[in-house]
Design a binder for this molecule. Structure first.
Ligand code: ATP
Ligand code: MG
Length: 184
């Protein structure tokens, strides 16, 4: 787990300003939730932390290291997107395990993490399906599973529970909390 710090981060595109001068310090090992009306800059903040957008000005630090100009792949972050971003041609199993095989995590360890995440998220019976054969809520849980198995130092989630029924959203939120404490 790593601290995240934003110092005077601003972001604008032409006349549109998403962030003016954002200062934020998130301690390592904690959960931080950004709340605010539509368009206030929540996704932009996450995308800047992940490196998917560059800040117009200001600094981003992760684990004390200045990552303002580092590409996303070098930031050690897992992210759940607002729109799932699943691979349509891959099974649920391969979607969740994709990052593990890319990072060459040993097979037995990868299978164990995958089975644990699928169990926590109620996806064990759907592992052989493709995303197109799932409901919206199930797809969202696959996206969540993919981020959880990565066991990254920072896990960013952009409205990961928004399409789930309240009871399922609560269960998934609790899963995230238990993964945070179990997997550190
Ligand atoms: N690529 C872009 N080009 C221009 N403006 C953008 C771009 N991306 C976002 N914006 C604008 O920046 C502002 C913040 O957008 P952002 O997506 O961060 O909001 P949000 O808080 O995540 O909203 P929501 O709750 O609806 O997801 C909005 O006014 C949006 O229109
Ligand atoms: Mg958003």
């Amino acid at each position: 787990m790593s601290t995240i710090e934003l110092e005077q981060v601003a972001k604008s595109w032409g006349d549109t300003t998403a962030l003016r001068a954002m200062n934020l310090q998130i301690p390592a090992g904690s959960f931080c939730v950004l709340l605010g009306p539509s368009g206030c800059g929540k996704s932009t903040t996450l995308r800047i932390i992940a490196g998917l957008e560059s800040a117009t000005s200001g600094r981003v630090r992760i684990g004390g290291k200045d990552v303002t100009h580092l590409p996303p792949a070098e930031r050690g972050i897992a992210m759940v997107f607002q729109n799932y971003a699943l691979f349509p041609h891959l099974s649920v199993r391969d979607n969740i395990g994709f990052g593990l095989s890319v990072r060459k995590v040993p097979k037995a360890q990868a299978q164990q993490r995958l089975a644990e995440a699928a169990d926590l998220l109620g996806l064990s019976h759907l592992l052989d399906r493709k995303p197109g054969q799932l409901s919206g809520g199930q797809q969202q849980r696959v996206a969540l599973g993919r981020a959880l198995v990565a066991q990254a130092h920072v896990c960013l989630m952009d409205e990961p529970l928004s399409t789930l029924m309240p009871s399922c959203a609560r269960k998934c939120a609790l899963s995230c909390v238990s993964c945070n404490s179990a997997w550190g």
